[in-house]
Design a protein around this ligand. Structure first.
Ligand code: ATP
Ligand code: MG
Length: 555
């Protein structure tokens, strides 16, 4: 469709929510689409929230509308400013902007209270003294209609008085609630006189001790949407059955042009727990070091691990927005970061599990600088000088004394190419008293220097290396998924007992100046890496974001 707003731009909807928005804009010329992202500040955002953020902010951006950030803070005992701050950081980091529209549901407590009073005056809400347990019993089941509360027919005057007293703090927590008066026989359980307000003598991170009654999410949410002029209230499928209540509240309160709710399928990822409650438990139980542990599927964990906003937005684009729940392979997310970084970050040589190589015919004390490209898939990234000398490190796994067939790395008597340097051949293996290899003695052939056009003979394998005298040491952390995909009896994923491997003695070619937190590299033949928050100049700490290849097939 064409969007008219000084400029005319052709845009194409890419999911069903955008289709709905296009229909709305066509039917309401001159109107703007207005969405919101409404997190509850009771934990850090995770990759599932990124899907919702991309959808809500993305659609607003695409159709020249607006998207609000709104904290749904109606549950004071679970909420905290730490979470508010982290959510703001994460939304910004993902590349979205709420401009001057950051709101809190708690901003509207007075207006929500007034709306409740309005419902009472209409005879559409009443104070109920049943206990939570009794309310549940009275509600019935999917096959048995509910029973009306004995308090359902209180007079409007009595209800108004009791509600005022609830607000004044005259009743204990749990002793009374305000309920909507709808239909105890409704086939939709949410319409069987749902609770609108509860008593909770709890300190709120925004409103302090001003309130001791708090609106329920199902009441606060449609009202907040309406107060903000939201046109499309997009949420996940589990709220589909709540939509009639959403519409009921707005209609009874007489809103003109009320917002509408649309539901989409939440993101589920293999090997990944995606519930703030469960993630909080991992933090509280010390299974991870915090919400931003590099193994966590939180936005802050992914950022620390080395994921980029671009890779996460690309992922959200690729998974699309559907109406049916499904499970996405976490390998797709890993594919997206490889795609993002492969031509963007320098490729350097690092040896994760070092073993010493001595080039016995290379002069002692000599050092030469070899010119190596920074990124073989993006030569625009230029070249660098890498020091070469008599003593080098190579990967333990790049040498085998008794190799199987088709092992084309370093073996006794055979030649291999050192990346950007020379051919070397292994002549001797030095072992300690336990038979462990401590050094590999090789000779090099000066004729074979890389870049000189040598064509005399060929070798099958190329391995990476680091000059021992120039190497910098680092700790590298390798990660595995927090969850095993198998399920326990409750149908929950099982914690993976081995999720981190620390390599304390990694040797990296000298690149010291660039080891700032968040700096990313490809380590040649190994994977993509990012400097961790724990890193210092004296002791660099580097995360593996992903290994180089996966078995994942992109269709
Ligand atoms: P959780 O179940 O992880 O605690 P939540 O739904 O309680 O998440 P909210 O803070 O209420 O967390 O979520 C804010 C918005 O993000 C909501 O609109 C919600 O629908 C959406 N959202 C939450 N989880 C997902 C997910 N896995 N996929 C897509 N959207 C999600
Ligand atoms: Mg929620």
């Amino acid at each position: 469709m064409k969007i008219n707003d000084n400029i005319i731009e052709e845009v194409k909807s890419s999911n069903f929510v955008e289709n709905i928005i296009e229909e709305y804009l066509e039917a309401n010329p001159g109107e703007k689409v207005h969405t919101r992202f409404p997190p509850e500040p009771n934990g850090y955002l995770h990759i599932g929230h990124a899907k919702s953020i991309c959808l809500n902010f993305g659609a607003a951006e695409k159709y020249k509308g607006m998207c609000n950030l709104r904290f749904d803070d109606t549950n004071p005992t679970k909420e905290d400013v730490e979470y508010v701050d982290s959510i703001k950081t994460d939304v910004k980091w993902l590349g979205f902007d709420w401009e001057d529209r950051m709101y809190y549901a708690s901003n509207y407590f007075e207006k929500i209270y007034d709306s409740a009073v309005q419902l009472i005056k209409k005879g559409k809400a009443y104070i109920c003294d049943l206990t939570a347990e009794e309310i549940r019993e009275y509600r019935g089941t999917l096959t048995i209609p509910g029973k009306e509360s004995p308090f359902r027919n209180r007079s409007i005057e009595e209800n108004l008085e009791l509600f005022q007293k609830m607000r004044n703090g005259e009743f204990e927590d749990g002793s009374k609630v305000l309920r909507a008066k709808i239909d105890m026989a409704s086939p939709n359980m949410n319409m069987r006189d749902p609770v609108l307000y509860r008593i909770a003598h709890a300190h709120h991170h925004k409103t302090g001790d001003e309130w001791c009654i708090y609106p329920m999410y199902d009441f606060a949410h449609p009202l907040s949407d309406a107060f903000e002029g939201i046109t499309h209230s997009v949420c996940t499928l589990e709220f589909e059955d709540h939509r009639p209540l959403y519409d009921w509240a707005l209609e009874e309160l007489g809103f003109e042009n009320p917002p509408h709710q649309y539901e989409f399928a939440r993101l589920n990822l293999t090997n990944t727990i995606m519930s703030k409650r469960h993630l909080k438990k991992l933090v509280d139980d010390g299974i991870v070091t915090g919400w931003d542990d590099a193994r966590m599927p939180t936005i802050s964990g992914l950022r620390r691990r080395g994921f980029t906003p671009e890779s996460i937005r690309d992922f959200c684009e690729r998974i699309g927005v559907a109406k049916a729940n499904s499970l996405v392979d976490v390998a797709l997310l890993e594919h997206c970061i490889r795609e993002d970084l492969k031509e963007k970050v320098p490729r350097v040589m690092a040896v994760l599990r070092p073993i010493k190589v001595i080039i016995t015919n290379y002069p002692e004390g000599k050092e030469e600088l070899l010119t190596i490209e920074n990124n073989s898939e993006n030569l625009d990234m230029g070249y660098r000088e890498v020091p070469f000398s008599r003593e080098l490190y190579i990967e333990e796994e790049d040498f085998m004394e008794n190799p199987p067939k088709k092992y084309f790395r370093l073996t006794p008597g055979k030649e291999v190419r050192l990346k950007g340097a020379y051919f070397i051949q292994c002549n001797d293996v030095i072992k300690d008293e336990n038979g462990k290899i401590v050094e590999i003695h090789c000779t090099y052939d000066p004729e074979t220097k890389s870049g000189t056009g040598f064509t005399g003979r060929k070798v099958k394998g190329t391995i990476h290396w680091v000059s021992a005298a120039n190497a910098m040491n680092a700790e590298v952390r390798l990660y595995d998924h927090l969850m095993i995909e198998d399920e326990n009896q409750e149908g929950e994923m099982i914690l993976n007992p081995n999720t981190i491997e620390v390599l304390p003695n990694v040797k990296i070619e000298p690149i010291k100046d660039e080891l700032l937190v968040g700096t990313k590299f490809q380590f040649l033949r190994t994977g993509f890496f990012s400097v961790d928050d724990d890193s210092t100049l004296d002791k660099p700490v580097i995360n593996r974001i992903v290994s180089l290849r996966s078995s994942f097939k992109i269709k």
